[in-house]
Design a protein around this ligand. Sequence first.
Ligand code: AOF
Ligand code: ZN
Length: 309
Amino acid sequence: MTANSDIHYMRHALAVARRGLGRMGSVRPSVGCVLVKDGRVRAAARTGDGGAPHAESAALAAAGEDAQDTTAYVTLEPCAHHGRTPPCAKALVDAGIARCVIGALDPFEKVNGKGVEMLRAGGVAVDLGVLEEECRAANQGFFLAVRENRPFVTLKCAVSADGKIAAAPGERTQITGELAHRYLHHLRSFYDAILVGKTTMEVDQPQLTTRIEGYVHEAQRIVLDRPVQEMLEDLAARGITRLLVEGGAKTHTSFLESGLYDEVILLKSPKVLGEGGVDAADFSNLKGLKSQKTRALGEDLLAIYGCSA
Ligand code: AOF
Ligand code: ZN
C-alpha cells in the first residue's frame, strides 16, 4: 500500500507540474519534482517554460547540498537521455538522493523504463505508479502527442438556458457573468493554443488572450480551416499538446462528430436568449466522457466532462 506521505508529496509535485501546462512550447511534458527529507520539503520545481531546465535539475539546483539523502517525488520518470540537458536520472544519483517516487513512466522511447534502470543501477530505491492516473492526466497532451500525434482537445462553450450561444446571427453576445469570465481566462492560461471557427473569428473578433492579473500567457490563436484530424496532426507537429476549442457551433459540431476531443467544459447561464438566437452545438451525447465536476460560478454553472475515472 502506498504511504499517505507519498501521496501527499506527489500531490504537491502534481500541483507544481500543472502550473507549467500550456507553457512548454513543444511536445514536452511539464514535470513536477519535490525533494523531501525528514518530513520537510527542501525544494520544489517544475520544467521551465519552453521545456528547460528539467524539473529535477531545477529542484536539485535549488536544494544544493541539502539534496543528499532526500526522497525525490517526480510526476514523470526522470530522463535517461542526453537531450538539451544531461540525464536527470544521473543527476539525481550524483546528488546522492536516497529514494525516487515516480508517478508515471515516460512514453518517450529514449527514456521509457531507462530512467528507472539508471536510478536503480545508481543505488537509488525506486517506487513506481504513485498517483499514476493523475500524473498521466496532467500530461495527457504530451502522452497523446507522442502516441497519437494529436494534442489534448478541450471543447469549451458558454450557453444560455435555452441552449443558445448568441442572441442573433452575427451578434457578439456576452452570455455568462464576471466569475465565469475570470475562470475562462484562467483556463486559457493552461493551453498552448486556442482554436475558433471562421465565423466566430469574424463576429466576436476575440483576442483569446489571458487577461487576468498574475498570469502572463499568450496562447497561439488558430482558426479552423481544414478537416480537423489533419489539422490536429499539424498542430502536434508544431508542438501544440493542449488545444482549447472555443467555438462556435459549427466548429464544436465538427469536433463532436469526429470524436476528436478529450474534455468538454460548459458554462451554463440562467439567461434566456429567445427564438432568434443561434443554437449551440449538441453536447448531449459525449462519447465515453463522464461528469467530473459541477460548480456554481456566480449565477452561472460550470460543468466539466472528462475521461478520468
Ligand atoms: C525529465 N524532466 O522536467 C522533463 C522531461 O529535449 P529535452 O532534452 O528537453 O528532452 C525532452 C524529453 O525529456 C521529453 O520528450 C520527455 O521525454 C522528457 N521530459 N524529463 O526528466 C523534465 N520535461
Ligand atoms: Zn530530464
